[in-house]
Design a protein around this ligand. Structure first.
Ligand SMILES: [Zn+2]
Length: 320
């Protein structure tokens, strides 16, 4: 059998991007399973949500946004530290770059390694990689909640920390006036979960409980289309939780029985593939996902740093 290409290194077809207006001054750009971004207009400024992987790619998104508003970007909000979400930041010329305090610490601790790892796993996203001027440093951080007054009668944009999940420092952005939630990678809509830096058991329980408690009527997840309507939003959150729950059950069973990481991978793959195998990046993510969950179940509290070298080692170990 031909060897499976590493991660998404052979997936080079450009995805179609769609800008949707979710409410007056609220925008989402989705991309068929590639990372989503958003923007919210204030009275005399714009808040952008997520920065994409490079300034070159971010400028393409800004050109689409500029067809709707020419207000300056005051805030760039980053949902978490992953390179494909943050390294395009310089294109926004934002006054303030906002993130959770754990995200800032993670950039310092492992931002450089993550940059190399992610661009190697998914070269398609890293168009114009040379345009990245360096790591992205948040200039405003918080621990529980930060509220941005949008001015006029536009209400607030509320940034909340819902607990550990996809990473140690995910935030969500909530617009109470429109009941719209930008959930970052805590929720994916029909795209596979990347959990290589995750805290599976907290994510699947208390963190997603908090995400569900907003009662959002529209949800923009980290990947996949915009989810519209209370029941569809509930279904997207449930699917995310189910993916985690199946992983925890299957990998947990092998772990408890004294099996190997490879056994756990094969068992998780067999359990998830029928329902989730056709979703974007399923094959790419699963080796890294199972590896991290195995560590978590072994008592390794914080995710081991992924490097380009460790990526290949884990991939080769689980794909033969
Ligand atoms: Zn991520």
């Amino acid at each position: 059998m031909a060897q499976k290409a590493f991660a998404s290194s052979a997936d080079l077809d450009e995805k179609e991007r769609t800008l949707e207006v979710l409410a007056d001054g609220v925008y989402a750009l989705t991309a068929e399973g590639d990372p989503n971004v958003g923007a919210v207009e204030g009275e005399d400024f714009v808040v952008c949500f997520e920065a994409l992987a490079t300034p070159v790619v971010a400028r393409e998104w800004l050109a689409m946004l500029r067809q709707h508003t020419d207000k300056p970007v005051r805030y760039l909000v980053l949902s978490h530290y992953h390179a494909v979400r943050v390294l395009g930041a310089s294109a926004f010329d934002a006054d303030v770059i906002v993130a959770h305090e754990n995200t800032r610490a993670l950039v310092a601790e492992r931002g450089a390694e993550d940059w190399e790892s992610e661009f190697g796993r998914m070269p398609r996203l890293a168009k114009g990689a040379d345009s990245v001027p360096g790591l992205t440093w948040p200039t405003l951080t918080f621990s529980d909640r930060l509220t941005i007054d949008l001015g006029g009668d536009r209400g607030d944009l509320v940034l909340d920390y819902c607990g550990r999940g996809h990473t140690e420092g995910d935030l969500v952005a909530w617009l109470p006036q429109h009941k719209i939630l930008f959930a970052g990678d805590l929720v994916e809509a029909e795209a596979a979960l990347y959990t290589g830096d995750a805290f599976h058991r907290e994510w699947a329980s208390s963190t997603l409980d908090r995400v569900a408690a907003y009662g959002a009527e529209q949800l923009v997840g980290g990947r996949g289309g915009v989810t519209k309507g209370r029941s569809a939003v509930g279904a997207a959150i449930d699917q995310t939780r189910e993916f985690l729950t199946v992983m925890i059950r299957e990998v947990g069973a092998v772990h408890e029985a004294g099996g190997t990481l490879k056994d756990a991978f094969d068992r998780a793959h067999a359990a998830l593939e029928p329902g989730y195998g056709h979703w974007p990046i399923f094959e790419h993510c699963l080796p890294f996902d199972v590896s991290r969950l195995w560590d978590e179940l072994s008592g390794v509290d914080r995710p081991v740093i992924w490097t380009a070298e460790r990526d290949r080692e884990v991939w080769d170990r689980l794909q033969d």
